[in-house]
Design a binder for this molecule. Structure first.
Ligand code: APR
Length: 314
């Protein structure tokens, strides 16, 4: 059986880390694409030379030509600029929207049958733009956000309880911004509601840290943003698609009526299999969670409107 192919559009911190993960997992051949000549080629060559040590045979190439993504089964988009300390994800809107318009044209022309995972921020607007410009159906354009945010929630809870992360489950819904919704009622330690172990006040603090987790890393790194965990999250999505695992993962998904949301990308749990986004899973939310969900939705709508204004003016 021919190996599958993943095109990584953007060969920066997340792109390079995803290529490494693909190699270590033997998931698929990889093409790293970037506009900076030498960057994708250099990273590809370095990674390839770890093959005999790590014992993988996948091919990794670097390119500045869109033709080289031809035949990709999955495209993962990180092209764009990152935020600096003090910036919100939304501050990246104007620059990244222009970049993603170009990237979407490249994908539409050269990988018209691919499953597209968008990581570039501000995520909810960028994934909307990619769907519009490519014209791909909603099951084939998805945003990476909820897996990362949920993983951050699980990490902090596991640390608090000194328990294994494997025993903590939790979901974060909504937009990938400061209004994201850590769903406390979904947070369980081995099936037992988390409020049995941690006070409400402490949970408030942990959830605030989850909402600001990306910003916390930006202020530590100063010249970049998080890349290990975002890369892991996107590769988990790609793997579920390529292997038809049908995992239920929180992702930014185009909703048409589910959760009462119509015509917007929003983070909710979905099933990812060979058909792309195969199903949206509707969770029960408490009244306060529903209120936070609506607030986050308002913010996403404003973000998409702001993008439309910027693009109309450019
Ligand atoms: N086409 C392809 N690649 C591009 C383009 C373009 N038009 N414009 C910029 N790039 C490349 C840059 O050259 C750079 O190598 O995108 C890459 C981005 O890499 P980093 O700056 O290292 O950023 P990274 O940490 O990977 O994050 C990328 O993901 O999580 C989001 O907020 C983050 O929007 C940011 C994106």
């Amino acid at each position: 059986m021919a190996r599958k192919k993943i095109a990584l559009i953007g060969a920066g911190a997340i792109g390079g880390t995803m290529a490494h993960l693909c190699a270590l997992k033997g998931l698929a051949d990889v093409v790293l694409y970037d506009v900076i000549d030498g960057l994708p080629q250099g990273k590809a060559l370095d990674l390839l030379q770890s093959g005999p040590i790590e014992n993988f045979d996948i091919q990794i190439t670097g390119s500045t030509k869109y033709e080289d993504i031809a035949g990709a089964d999955v495209c993962i988009v990180t092209a764009g600029i990152v935020r600096k300390p003090g910036m919100s994800r939304d501050d990246l809107l104007g620059t990244n929207a222009k970049i993603l318009r170009q990237v979407s044209e490249g994908i539409k022309t050269h990988a018209p049958n691919s499953f597209v995972i968008v990581i570039t921020n501000p995520l909810d607007a960028m994934v909307t733009l990619v769907k519009r410009v490519t014209g791909f159906p909603k099951n084939r354009v998805v945003g990476q956000s909820g897996i990362l945010d949920s993983s951050r929630y699980r990490t902090f809870i596991a640390q608090e309880l000194k328990a294994s992360v494997a025993s903590v489950s939790a979901v974060v819904l909504g937009g990938h911004g400061d209004d994201m919704v850590p769903v406390r009622s979904s947070c369980l330690l081995s099936g037992v509601p988390i409020e049995k172990f941690i006070s409400g006040k402490r949970l408030d603090e942990i959830e605030a840290r989850v909402r600001n987790a990306g910003g916390e890393i930006v202020s530590l790194l100063k010249t970049g943003s998080a890349f290990y965990a975002p890369a892991s999250a996107a590769i988990r999505m790609a793997q579920s698609y390529l292997m038809d695992r049908k995992e239920i993962l929180p992702c930014a998904t185009y909703l048409e009526g589910e959760y009462g949301v119509n015509g917007y990308y929003f983070g909710v749990p979905v099933m990812i299999g060979a058909g792309g986004i195969e199903k949206v899973i509707e969770m029960e939310l408490s009244p306060s969670e529903r209120k936070a969900f609506e607030q986050s939705l308002t913010r996403v709508k404003e973000l998409v409107q702001a993008m439309d204004k910027l693009l109309a003016a450019s």
